[in-house]
Unconditional design. Structure first.
Lengths: 154, 742
């Protein structure tokens, strides 16, 4: 059994059952750390990745459902050496405490800014309402997204 | 190991260096037997007295600092690096921080109670100051100069006339192999370069780029994935299970069963989850109804339970007679840590020795507890800290370490990464204890509080590993040869456990505080951020507003009138000024404001909070749009880090206050997912405005738990201000708000 996926621009064939949740393939086969297991029920958003630019919960998305799509994870946005403006803004705003939710937050934010380059604060909050944060870093996350929005399209 | 890549390289580099220098740095608390009691040393130096246990100056131009405290999202490792940088006078980029590893770092117990800055920070501060002194003496001899004439720039010692020597040349293997004296004075505030600055956190870049930041991200060669099959209810016993069917499922390598402990290891994570599901389906359990009554009945029940009573504070100063007496009762339900990521650990057995990677708050206590549970010598167990999700106190981190160890024991020497599922976390983590607090106070004719009594009922707030006569790891209670959890004990005053912040900081001439510790724990409880302080401050600070109203005095004025500590007064005045507090301003039926204050543990940070609320009287929904805080944590090490902790504490406390309670029936915990345990979302959290008061002359204290108590009471007071109705039972659900209106 194998499944072929396009993740962060690379085509990869993975020896997994096609119904395997995308999250485990990303984390364990492709060794991409960003998307996290939080609930396995699409309730918390920690596993958010982009599928053809739209945010999806990879914990409940079977690999089979994304074979002909482009999957983007946080690693696909930028790296420590070459930060995406969103990543840079999260560092500049120190928008993390434990940080476990942050990759999901960043991917939801990416989807939002791709669609709405200058969202209002209310719109940002709405777009991220499905991403839970427990440390109370919400307001910093909003500020980081506002900062990135300015940076990306002044 | 491909995961923990940066960590792996760091470790390897460390080992190479260690080999090259043949430095056997000293982890033993005492290097030799003492004929008499050792002289007192600051912070954790007291128990870890050798300088080279804290610090190594490497020949390659780097410094390695060791701390027994661990990063739990609070930024401690960065703050400690700032201290090291300042005392040694080296740039932060040269400093490698090694934290929480039983094979490498000092034993500093548990990272909890907002004590790390005081304990580890003080130790590193004095150890580094002393090390710098030793380096300067060595340099003076080498350069033929007076120590007092030398200065240091980023590890380069400069003598008048241009002669120079670097730390990296001066360092020797023996140099720091000595006991600390703490006689070298740390730098004055005026010479700090890093302390007091908002230095960016070291851990954040990896967290925003998909680096290997968490134990969840570890990958070891040959690693399997594990899942545990917990019983359906506490104290249930496993009668039978079809292991064979699960064993034949794809990828399954081993089923670990010991008594009522059941786990599975598989090649792939989804295979482990599927096999755990199959085991769960075929398992037959014998359940017992052991849980207490739920809802309001819980509190009548708690009051009737056998208790260990203690008088925590008693004062009988002369005072005018009371002319008016008030009494009120406050309750708090069982509440969860509810980290976003379920607990996880990696365990590997090799030649009878166990290595565990864990997001525990205490690597040494966990090592001891694992050894107890597995009946092996502690010396054969290594525990290495890796970050986890959240923390907020004693959650499933330690328990999952034993789960992983038991699971890995069934696989030979293949390592196992075992993560709990969402419902494992919600149903099995130890909760913050429910509490019942009865307050009574008397006002004299001038409207001053002359007598005050706090009587509280609570389970213990700490059942951590390493603390007790039993084994405080979940799986140990379900083994064939079952071990018992430790017996309940209260953390003694002045910090307190259930009675943390039960003694008001206000000056009340006649005062009595009685703690009824309930030793039977049908619901599993332990430390949730602030322990008893959240509920005690809720009760006392709500009651202060009730007393102020009875005395006809503005709440700010009423508090100031009863305080003698100028730092306490200062935070209250600062937050009132910042928020534009208008004395005795009534709410408008919908909107209101409230203030509350506490000095955490009565010995750490001072925080005052003003909360604004909007109450929808039709639906009963409370929204907290905005909160202000003023905080005094002594000398501030990292202002932005401090603000982050205060902000986070306020938001988390707002969520506890408005939403959170664990639900259960007579047998089972019913809270399984976020649908059963809603927390505040991005659209619902307050904006937070934090003012800091820096006190460079005061000792630095932690603040991670300082804002939660004031926040709940400020919200309660704001609701009372808005609607004229006081809420005394947590959480402030829409139903309760509506009921209070009628």
């Amino acid at each position: 059994m194998a499944v072929t996926l396009t993740v962060n621009g690379r085509r990869r064939t993975i020896p997994a059952a096609p119904e395997t949740p995308l999250l485990y393939i990303l984390r364990n086969d492709l060794e991409l750390n960003a998307a996290k297991f939080g609930c396995g029920m699409a309730q918390c958003g920690a596993c958010t990745v982009l599928v053809d630019g739209k945010p999806v919960r990879s914990c409940v998305t079977p690999a089979l459902a994304v074979v002909d799509t482009k999957v983007t994870t946080l690693e696909g946005l930028g790296s420590a050496g070459k930060l995406h403006p969103l990543q840079k803004a999260f560092i500049d705003e120190q928008a993390a405490q434990c940080g476990y939710c942050i990759a999901g937050m960043l991917m939801s934010a990416k989807a939002l800014l791709d669609e709405t380059p200058h969202p209002s604060e209310a719109k940002i909050r709405q777009a991220l309402a499905g991403n839970l944060c427990r440390c109370g870093t919400h307001n910093r996350i909003v500020r980081a997204i506002q900062r990135a929005a300015k940076e990306m399209s002044p | 190991m491909s995961a923990g890549k940066s960590q792996g390289i760091t470790r390897r580099r460390f080992l190479e260096q260690a080999a090259a220098l043949t430095v056997g740095f000293t982890l033993a608390p005492l290097a030799r037997g003492f004929a008499q009691a050792p002289s007192p040393l600051p912070g954790s130096l007291q128990k870890n007295r050798m300088l080279d246990g804290w610090l190594r100056i490497n020949t390659d131009g780097t410094v390695t600092a060791f701390t027994g405290k661990v990063e739990i999202g609070q930024g401690i490792v960065t703050a400690l690096a700032q201290i090291v940088g300042d005392e040694l006078e080296v740039d932060l980029a040269r400093i490698e921080m090694v934290s929480g590893d039983t094979s490498r770092t000092p034993d500093e117990g548990v990272t909890s109670g907002s004590r790390s800055i005081e304990e580890s920070g003080s130790a590193l501060r004095f150890a580094c100051a002393e090390a710098r002194g030793i380096l300067l003496e060595t340099a003076a001899a080498k350069l033929g100069a007076q120590v007092s004439s030398l200065r240091v720039e980023d590890g380069v010692v400069l003598a008048p006339g241009g002669a120079r020597a670097t730390y990296w040349e001066l360092t020797t293997e023996a140099m720091l192999k000595r006991e600390a004296t703490a006689k070298t004075k740390p730098k004055p505030v005026s010479e700090h370069r890093f302390i007091g600055k908002s230095v960016p956190r070291r851990d954040i870049p990896a967290k925003v780029t998909g680096g290997a930041a968490y134990v969840h991200d570890m990958r070891l060669p040959g690693m399997l994935f594990g899942r545990v099959v917990r019983p359906p209810s506490p104290r249930a016993r496993l009668v039978s299970v079809d292991e064979r069917a699960a064993k034949s499922m794809p990828g399954v390598v081993a089923i670990a069963r010991d008594g009522s402990f059941l786990a599975v290891a598989a090649e792939r994570e989804e295979q482990a989850i599927a096999a755990a599901g199959a085991l769960r389906k075929s398992a037959k359990w014998q359940q017992v109804a052991t849980l207490p009554p739920a809802g309001r009945k819980l509190f009548d029940h708690l009051r009737r339970q056998p208790a260990q009573d203690s008088t925590v504070s008693e004062k009988n100063d002369a005072a005018a007679p009371a002319v008016k007496t008030l009494e009120a009762t406050f309750t708090r339900p069982f509440q969860a840590h509810a980290a976003i990521g379920p607990s996880c650990a990696v365990a590997q057995w090799q030649d009878g020795k166990l290595h565990v990677w864990s997001h525990t708050q205490g690597v040494f206590p966990l090592r001891g507890e694992l050894a107890k549970a597995l009946k092996m010598p502690a010396a054969d167990v290594t525990v290495t800290h890796r970050e986890g999700s959240g923390c907020y106190g004693h959650n499933g981190a330690d328990d999952v370490a034993l789960d992983a160890a038991l699971c890995a024991r069934a696989t030979g020497s293949r390592p196992v990464k075992l993560q709990w599922m969402r419902d494992d976390e919600f149903r099995w983590e130890p909760y913050g204890s429910a509490m019942l607090i009865n307050l009574r106070a008397g006002l004299d004719a001038q409207g001053n509080v002359v007598e005050f009594r706090n009587e509280l009922w609570s389970h213990t707030h700490s059942t951590r590993p390493g603390e007790s006569d039993g084994t405080n790891l979940l799986a140990a209670w379900y083994l064939k040869d079952a071990q018992r959890p430790g017996s309940a004990r209260n953390i003694p005053q002045p910090a307190g456990g259930g009675d943390r912040n039960a003694i008001p900081l206000y000056v009340f001439p006649r005062q009595r505080v009685i703690n009824h510790l309930l030793p039977e724990m049908p619901v599993r409880v332990s430390a949730l951020r602030t322990l008893g302080a959240y509920a005690n401050v809720f009760a006392i600070e709500s009651f202060m507003d009730e007393l102020a109203a009875a005395a006809g005095v503005d709440p700010v004025e009423f508090r100031l009138r009863h305080l003698s500590d100028p730092r306490a007064k200062a935070v209250i005045e600062a937050v009132a000024a910042k928020a534009g507090w208008r004395p005795r301003q009534p709410g408008d039926g919908r909107r209101g404001r409230g203030i509350a204050f506490a000095k955490y543990k009565n010995l750490a940070a001072y925080v005052a909070v003003i909360a604004e609320v909007e109450v929808d009287r039709a639906t009963g929904a409370i929204h907290v749009p905005r909160a202000f805080a003023a905080a005094d944590a002594g000398l501030i090490i990292n202002p932005d880090g401090l603000i982050n902790q205060i902000e986070g504490g306020i938001i988390q406390s707002t969520s506890w206050t408005l939403r959170e309670a664990i639900s259960y029936d007579t047998t089972r915990v019913l809270t399984r997912s976020w649908a059963d345990y809603p927390i505040l979302r991005m659209t619902e959290v307050p904006s937070v405005d934090v003012s800091l008061i820096n006190r460079p002359e005061e000792r630095p204290v932690g603040a991670g738990e300082s804002s939660q108590g004031p926040t709940v009471a400020a919200i309660a007071n704001a609701v009372a201000n808005a609607t004229g109705r006081r809420l005394r039972d947590l959480p402030f659900t829409a139903e309760r708000v509506k009921a209070a209106q009628t």
